[in-house]
Design a protein around this ligand. Structure first.
Ligand SMILES: *Cc1c(COP(=O)(O)O)cnc(C)c1O
Length: 229
């Protein structure tokens, strides 16, 4: 029997709480973003009914379509995919948070189009040769300085996706490195960056052990994506 979305959510939340307890962290400081890309609006409704409020999408068209379909729900949209500059306005109109800021021009486009403050994460390239998403570590400080000078963008922290490995322990050194980069950046900027967005279905417990404050979980809640996204 396939578990319901509500059951899956309960299970994921319990696993998050256990991971937080083991790391002696307050689980209330860790937010679950349910990644609903490639899933129908009905699934989002089901998760909402089960108490889930934060949802993540990777494609602007899909985000817009779902936001239009679900205007009656008081939910919070997170944009987590690669964002093109010419679509920044559409993403900023719907999402409260952009997890994938990776360039000056994109930061400027978001700032120009935003009609209210937008929370942003700078995505760091954690060494996955195949995916070029995220900034190189040497570009991080200049981009962060630029972002904090834009008053409609609120820099929350860093986001990263380790190269995929079946064993979640393989993600640990990447999460640790992101955490160190985050700490270093706070020092260099002389300001607090309150969040660290890292961990997905197969490795969110390791991410919590390494300091994640936001985990982005899709498959463990909604099941396997059949569409090739
Ligand atoms: C798809 C996606 C996720 C969720 O992945 P799962 O393995 O299904 O949990 C998280 N973060 C990003 C950036 C994604 O694109």
């Amino acid at each position: 029997m396939v578990n319901s979305i509500a059951d899956n959510l309960t299970h994921v939340r319990h696993r998050m709480e256990a991971a937080a307890r083991q790391a002696r962290r307050d689980h209330a400081r860790i937010t679950l973003v349910a990644v609903s890309k490639a899933m129908p609006g009905a699934f989002i409704r089901e998760a909402f009914t089960a108490g889930q409020r934060d949802f993540g999408e990777s494609y602007v068209q899909e985000l817009k379509a779902k936001a239009d379909l679900l205007t009656d729900l008081a939910l919070t949209w997170h944009f987590i995919g690669h964002l093109q500059r010419n679509k920044a306005g559409h993403a900023a109109a719907v999402a409260t948070t952009i997890h994938s800021l990776d360039s000056f021009p994109l930061a400027e486009a978001l700032h120009q189009r935003a009609t209210r403050p937008i929370d942003v994460f700078i995505e760091v390239n954690l060494g996955n040769e195949a995916s070029k998403s995220g900034v190189a570590t040497n570009a991080l400080l200049p981009l962060a300085r630029h972002v904090i000078a834009l008053d409609r963008l609120r820099l929350r922290g860093l986001m990263g996706i380790p190269p995929f490995a079946a064993d979640p322990e393989q993600s640990r050194p990447h999460f640790r490195r992101l955490r160190l980069l985050h700490d270093e950046l706070q020092q260099k900027l002389g300001r607090e960056l309150p969040d660290l967005s890292m961990g997905m279905s197969h490795d969110f417990e390791v991410a919590i052990a390494e300091g994640a404050t936001i985990v982005r979980v899709g498959t463990a809640i909604f099941g396997e994506r059949t569409a090739k996204i």
